[in-house]
Design a protein around this ligand. Structure first.
Ligand SMILES: *Cc1c(COP(=O)(O)O)cnc(C)c1O
Length: 360
C-alpha cells in the first residue's frame, strides 16, 4: 500500500503466473509451454527482422500476419485481430465486449485470469459450477447473463466440448457475446471458428504460446464477425497502436507458414499425452480425459500438495492450485517422452515412500 497509488490498485488481486524457476537439470512441466522449439523458419524470420528497420515503428495493424492467419482459418483478414499475447487480447475483449448490465458468466473452474480481469475492469460476474464430472454443461448457462466466456478445451481440466455443443450454446444465446478461448484447441479438440459465419456474436481466441511453441514471442489473436473485431480495434487504438513489434510479426507469419512443423509437434505432444495418461493411471491416478497439452491428475491415496512438494525437491516442477474443487489434483504439462519418464520414475519413488509412512 502506498499513498502514491491510484485507489483502484489497493484492491487488485493480480493473476499469479506459473513460476519460471532457475534450477540445474530441471524438468519444467508447470506452464504448458511446448517441449519442442519453435519452427526453425520462425527463428530465421525473427533473425532476419533484427536489423536496421527496428528504428522504424512496425506496421500498426499487422496486416500481413492477419492475412496469413485468415487464409489458414478460412476467414477474411478483417475478421482477425492480433495482439501482444492472447492475455492482452483477452484483456481488450473484457473492456470491448464483456461489460454489460447483466453479469459475465464463466465456470467456477476455468482460466483463473477471467476473475482478475473482471475485477480490474469492473465487470459483474456469474460463476457457473462445472458438473460432477468436471465438465462444462452448456445448459447451465441460463438467460440471466450479459456475456459468456470459457476456455475450450477448458483449463486446468483439459476437457473439451464438441463443436455441436458450442453451437447449442450459441443457439440459446444469440443476443450476447460468447467468447471461446481456444488456447489448447490444436491438441485434439474441435475449433468453433467454422461457426463464426452463422453466429456474429461468437469470438474465438488463439495463442502462439502453446501449439506453436512461441510463448516467448507474445502473440495472440481473436477471430469473429467484423462487428466484434471493430470493437477490439477501437479499444486497441485507444490503448496501444503498435502491440506487435517487427520481430513478433515476422516470427508469427513464418510460424503460420510452417504447417508441417506445427502438425508434427502437435502430434508428438498428443502421443506423449496418451502415453503419460496410461502410465499415471497404472500408478493409481485419476486422470481427466485431456484434449490439451497437459493432464489434470489426482491420486486417491496421496495429497496433491505432498506430491507437488516431493516432485519439486527432485527438480520436477508441476502446477498445484490451492483452490476449492481442484486442490487434490496436479496440472502436468506434457514434456518430451524423456521428461515424462523422469516424472513417472519420481512418482513411483514418492508414492512408495509415502505409503511406507515416511514424510515426503
Ligand atoms: C496460456 C493461456 C492463455 C494465454 O496465452 P498467452 O498468449 O501466452 O498470453 C490464454 N488462455 C488460456 C486458457 C491459456 O491457458
Amino acid at each position: 500500500m502506498s499513498r502514491f497509488w491510484s485507489p483502484l490498485v489497493h484492491d487488485l488481486k493480480p493473476y499469479v503466473a506459473g513460476e519460471q524457476p532457475v534450477m540445474a537439470d530441471i524438468v519444467k512441466l508447470n506452464t504448458n509451454e511446448s517441449p519442442y522449439g519453435p519452427s526453425p523458419r520462425a527463428l530465421d524470420a525473427i533473425q532476419a527482422a533484427a536489423g536496421d528497420a527496428l528504428r522504424l515503428y512496425p506496421e500498426p495493424t499487422s496486416l500481413k500476419l492477419r492475412e496469413t492467419i485468415a487464409k489458414r482459418e478460412g476467414v477474411k483478414a478483417e475478421q482477425v485481430f492480433v495482439g501482444n499475447s492472447s492475455d492482452e487480447v483477452l484483456a481488450l475483449v473484457f473492456q470491448a465486449l464483456l461489460k454489460h448490465e447483466k453479469p459475465l458468466a464463466f465456470p467456477d473452474v476455468t482460466y483463473s485470469f477471467y476473475p482478475v480481469w473482471s475485477q480490474f475492469f469492473g465487470v459483474k460476474t456469474k460463476i457457473v459450477p462445472l458438473d460432477a464430472q468436471m465438465r462444462i454443461d452448456v445448459s447451465d448457462y441460463g438467460p440471466d447473463c450479459g456475456a459468456i466466456i470459457f476456455a475450450n478445451p477448458n483449463a486446468p481440466t483439459g476437457m473439451a466440448l464438441s463443436r455441436a455443443e458450442i453451437e447449442t450454446l450459441l443457439q440459446a444465446h444469440p443476443d450476447i457475446p460468447v467468447v471461446i478461448d481456444e488456447a489448447y484447441v490444436d491438441f485434439g479438440a474441435e475449433s468453433a471458428i467454422p461457426l463464426i459465419a452463422r453466429h456474429p456474436n461468437l469470438l474465438v481466441t488463439h495463442t502462439l504460446s502453446k501449439s506453436r511453441a512461441l510463448a516467448g514471442l507474445r502473440v495472440g489473436l481473436a477471430i469473429g464477425s467484423r462487428e466484434l473485431i471493430d470493437a477490439l480495434e477501437r479499444v486497441k487504438d485507444s490503448f496501444n497502436s503498435y502491440p506487435l513489434d517487427r520481430l513478433a510479426q515476422a516470427g508469427a507469419i513464418a510460424a503460420y507458414e510452417d504447417e508441417d512443423w506445427f502438425r508434427q509437434s502437435c502430434a508428438k505432444v498428443i502421443a506423449s499425452r496418451e502415453r503419460l495418461t496410461a502410465e499415471l493411471q497404472a500408478l493409481g491416478f485419476d486422470v481427466l480425459p485431456s484434449k490439451a497439452n497437459f493432464v489434470f491428475a489426482g491420486h486417491p491415496a496421496h495429497k496433491a500438495a505432498d506430491i507437488f512438494k516431493a516432485l519439486r525437491e527432485r527438480a520436477i516442477i508441476v502446477r498445484w492450485f490451492d483452490k476449492p474443487r481442484i486442490s487434490e489434483r496436479l496440472r502436468i504439462s506434457i514434456g518430451t517422452d524423456a521428461e515424462c519418464d523422469r516424472l513417472v520414475a519420481a512418482l513411483k519413488e514418492i508414492l512408495r515412500w509415502n505409503e511406507r509412512g515416511y514424510h515426503v
